[in-house]
Ligand binder design. Structure first.
Ligand SMILES: [Zn+2]
Length: 270
């Protein structure tokens, strides 16, 4: 699933390709609508023709093109990807929306599983509503993070995945960060010291930044961001049965917390 590092890589790629400053000429949506959300969501509700992209913003896993009027939000779902097309390049398979912008700029939202969402919002605040501060936002300090979590009785890992507390921490990066600071994913948050919680935010950032750097250094042959593989060298924890703790060299254990599988070391993570 595209997480913060993948979405930030996509944002930088689209900016690099020159999306900012172009105006929308046409958006062709796949005709087959998805029942509740999905790429059909902007169909018929708003006319974006002629609107210009001012900036491309991100908070957590949510991307938002700020237009001269309104905001177009993009959530990548499980398998979404955006490709800028070369002149005369045929539309890729699984294209759910094809954008034609001024100057011959075309890009395709490709999504085999059709869970990506395109939504129109009145403002950036609305596009990002319900999201806490971005995990990489320097204004979001470790002290503030620790104060926010301190005293909560919930287990730590589900709190990290709660996007209204901190935006952009997904399942695999939460496991990575908890391993770095030797905290069990099942630990009650009020049993963790404020200092340790501050260390946790630092570890979250290190895990996300390491992944971001990896993705930047491994583009595909067209310069597009590499998309998601939980088993690659971005990760210190190898998420498969029988893999070992890189510190203790004993097998990792798994645990279901809040519906997500945690991988952790029962020896060094307490
Ligand atoms: Zn260990």
């Amino acid at each position: 699933m595209p997480e913060l590092p993948e979405v930030e890589s996509l944002r930088r790629y689209l900016v690099r390709e020159g999306i900012v400053g172009r105006s929308v000429e046409q958006i062709e949506l796949e005709t087959k609508p998805s029942p509740e959300s999905g790429t059909g969501a902007i169909s018929g509700t708003v006319n974006l023709q002629g609107k210009t992209v001012k900036t491309l913003e991100r908070r957590g896993k949510q991307l938002a093109a700020v237009l001269d009027q309104g905001v177009l939000g993009l959530h990548m779902g499980m398998t979404g990807q955006v490709n800028v097309l070369e002149a005369n390049e045929p539309t890729p398979r699984f294209t759910r929306a094809l954008f034609s912008l001024s100057g011959g700029f075309r890009m395709a939202l490709v999504d085999p599983r059709r869970w990506a969402q395109l939504r129109y919002f009145e403002s950036l605040d609305q596009a990002f509503s319900g999201l806490g501060p971005d995990a990489l936002d320097p204004k979001f300090t470790a002290k503030y993070f620790a104060q926010n979590l301190k005293g909560r009785t919930a287990q730590i890992k589900p709190l990290l995945l709660n996007q209204s507390i901190i935006a952009g921490v997904g399942n695999i990066y939460a496991d990575e960060a908890l391993h770095r600071v030797k905290i069990s994913p099942a630990k009650r948050t009020n049993k963790i010291s404020a200092k340790k919680l501050e260390d946790l935010l630092v570890a979250i950032r290190e895990s996300l930044e390491r992944a971001l750097e990896f993705i930047q250094n491994h583009p595909d042959d067209r310069g597009r961001p590499y998309i998601v593989d939980a088993y690659d060298d971005r990760m210190q924890l190898h998420r498969k049965p029988g893999s070992f703790c890189p510190r203790c060299e004993i097998p990792l254990v798994t645990l279901k917390l809040g519906g997500r599988t945690a991988y952790y070391c029962s020896n060094c993570q307490k």
